[in-house]
Design a protein around this ligand. Sequence first.
Ligand code: SAM
Length: 289
Amino acid sequence: MDAARIDKTQPNVIVPGLYLVATPIGNLRDITLRALDILAGVDLVLCEDTRIGGKLLAAHGLKNRLERYDEHAAERVRPKALAALAAGGKLALISDAGTPLVSDPGWRLVREALDLGLAVFPAPGPSAALAALTVAGLPTDRFLFAGFPPSKSAGRRALFEELAPVRATLIFYEGGPRLRASLEDMAAVFGDRQGAVARELTKLHETVVRGSLADLAVDPRLDAPRGEIVVLVGPGNDEAASAEDADRALMEAVARVGPARAASEVAKALGLSRRDLYARALALREADS
Ligand code: SAM
């Protein structure tokens, strides 16, 4: 069954299927009305930790069956969950916080459910990565979520090297004890880029520290901070590279289709001004002749 078969005249009716339900990342009130409908209406709620899941349900006056679905229980619980879904059941998957499957268990369950032709539905809501992106003050047009970096410096640096050419804001999850070392490695590999450290979002001690990676790496406010942390790295100043890329693309296209069409083509591909590109194409052709 797909989303098209949800009864649009009765949006609160919970049809059979697997619901991926986002839950708060701190503030208990950050839960959608639909998430509450689903958590109340399914036969079973799969959750990473039944105590945390139970607290969330209780905080909203809900009672429902909970079953643990974490990395240890997943292999055992998955076949049962799939059988229940195949029999027309309604199941929800939540994680301890935020959106399930985002640095949390669940993707195999979704994959196998899809392979069996079973319905899966998103119930979107909070995720620390997106919450942090919105307040970081960094470009949001392109971003790459990279989860938790490796715990050892060599592994971390290797990952950062791999990500360094990516022209996007990078988003990492990190824990307090490793934050300083991680920021030092980021400053060493990414160089002179802006970044942000977002801690305890939506909670009492919410803080966002913004600045260059070099400054963040020595910022005393970030000395082994407690709590949950997202680190963001801006895309860096790549204007020179963009200009080079644009020139390269233009020259190739001019040779193929002439300056006017080349300017349109490259403008579309790189999101630049067609007029500027046309002028540049003429200049490049002139210089080349
Ligand atoms: N599924 C979750 C989501 O959608 O954000 C993430 C789960 S992951 C196991 C937990 C990590 O998310 C934490 O270690 C931290 O890096 C980040 N995180 C979760 N809640 C946060 C918060 N309130 N503020 C900042 N970071 C948070």
